[in-house]
Design a protein around this ligand. Structure first.
Ligand SMILES: Cc1cc2nc3c(=O)[nH]c(=O)nc-3n(C[C@H](O)[C@H](O)[C@H](O)COP(=O)(O)O)c2cc1C
Length: 307
């Protein structure tokens, strides 16, 4: 069976969400964490918390870092290895201008000299396993392809490719032909990532690209947390079963957040993110009621009514 991975989604797949998903439904081989970055010469407390081993006990995770050069990369790698991690994913795909204009994420794809610095460190750290998650380029597909002489010469467990340009952000569709062109030119094992919402979507990708090392899903898994499990079971879950899972996961998520977020308004803002990508799964009317509820009480009632 092809390994299925949960993509990193900053603001959504933090430690508590990952644990609840793993315990209540699972189906994924590993959860990639949202990226860890250097800010004011340190790691933000919130990001540091997310990778603390005690908050991730029993949950298979791969921490991810985002860096603009070898210096930032070394700091982040040392930070994670001191926590005991031996496998690290490198973000070369984040499309947000806040990162790309500093040469991080998809921004680094235009700077082969910085990719070379990172590749050199990867080659030296024979004690660690690295993978890269990237886009086709920042503004042009040729950018990713032209990095392949460097990347092909670097020991990597795999490359995860989301076949969009950084400049596209999330517009348009994933470019499967561009994925195929990249696959032809890399010597690395490839993981496909992008726009998979249903078990049929996953099967279609696995059929078109029979040599994949795995499939990674992000928004599709947030919207339908049983997606990976359904693929493994080889049969789609009935809607009733899927909605029951959503309610159960939400109960756990709400109970957990209530212990760490004091005010009702703040709690509501955070816990509501659970439903952000679920408009299609819940149906527009029921979803709007959940998303627009002005108090925790109305919000919980709206969830109760969901069928
Ligand atoms: C809100 C949000 C946050 C994201 N955060 C990260 C991140 O921290 N690291 C990363 O590599 N990708 C991040 N991504 C990109 C996803 O991991 C994934 O590559 C992208 O959403 C395409 O896959 P999907 O269509 O299955 O969601 C993020 C995407 C979204 C929408």
């Amino acid at each position: 069976m092809l390994p299925l991975y949960f993509a990193p989604l900053q603001g959504f797949t933090e430690d508590s969400y990952r644990r609840i998903h793993h315990e209540l439904v699972g189906g994924v081989t590993a959860y990639y964490t949202p990226f860890l970055r250097l800010e004011h010469k340190g790691i933000r407390t919130k990001d540091a918390r997310d990778v603390r081993p005690e908050f991730n006990a029993g949950v298979p995770i791969v921490p991810q870092v985002i860096a603009k050069d070898g210096e930032e990369f070394t700091f982040l790698v040392n930070y994670l290895t001191e926590l005991g991690y031996r496998e690290i994913d490198v973000n070369m795909g984040c499309p947000f201008p806040l990162q790309t204009r500093h040469g991080r994420g998809a921004g680094i794809l235009q700077h082969p000299e910085c990719v070379t610095q990172i590749a050199e460190i990867i080659r030296q750290r024979e004690d660690l396993t690295f993978s890269i998650k990237m886009r086709l380029g920042l503004t042009d597909e040729s950018e990713g392809i032209s990095l392949l002489p460097i990347l092909n010469d670097t020991p990597l467990k795999h490359i995860t490719l989301h076949p969009r340009l950084g400049s596209q952000q999330y517009n348009g569709t994933a470019d499967l032909d561009a994925f195929a062109r990249f696959a032809e030119k890399t010597t690395h094992r490839l993981i496909y990532n992008g726009d998979l919402k249903t078990p049929a979507d996953v099967h279609a990708i696995a059929t078109r690209f029979p040599n994949l090392a795995g499939i990674m899903m992000g928004r599709g898994l947030l919207a339908r947390p049983s997606l990976a499990q359904e693929v493994i079971e080889g049969t789609e879950w009935h809607r009733t079963k899927r909605i029951a899972l959503l309610k159960k996961m939400h109960d756990h998520y709400h109970a957990h957040l209530a212990t760490i977020i004091p005010g009702e308004a703040q709690l509501l803002t955070k816990v509501r993110t659970f439903w952000e990508y679920m408009e299609e799964e819940c149906g527009r009317k029921a979803w709007k009621k959940i998303m627009k509820a002005g108090s925790l009480r109305n919000y919980l009632n709206a969830i109760n009514e969901l069928t």
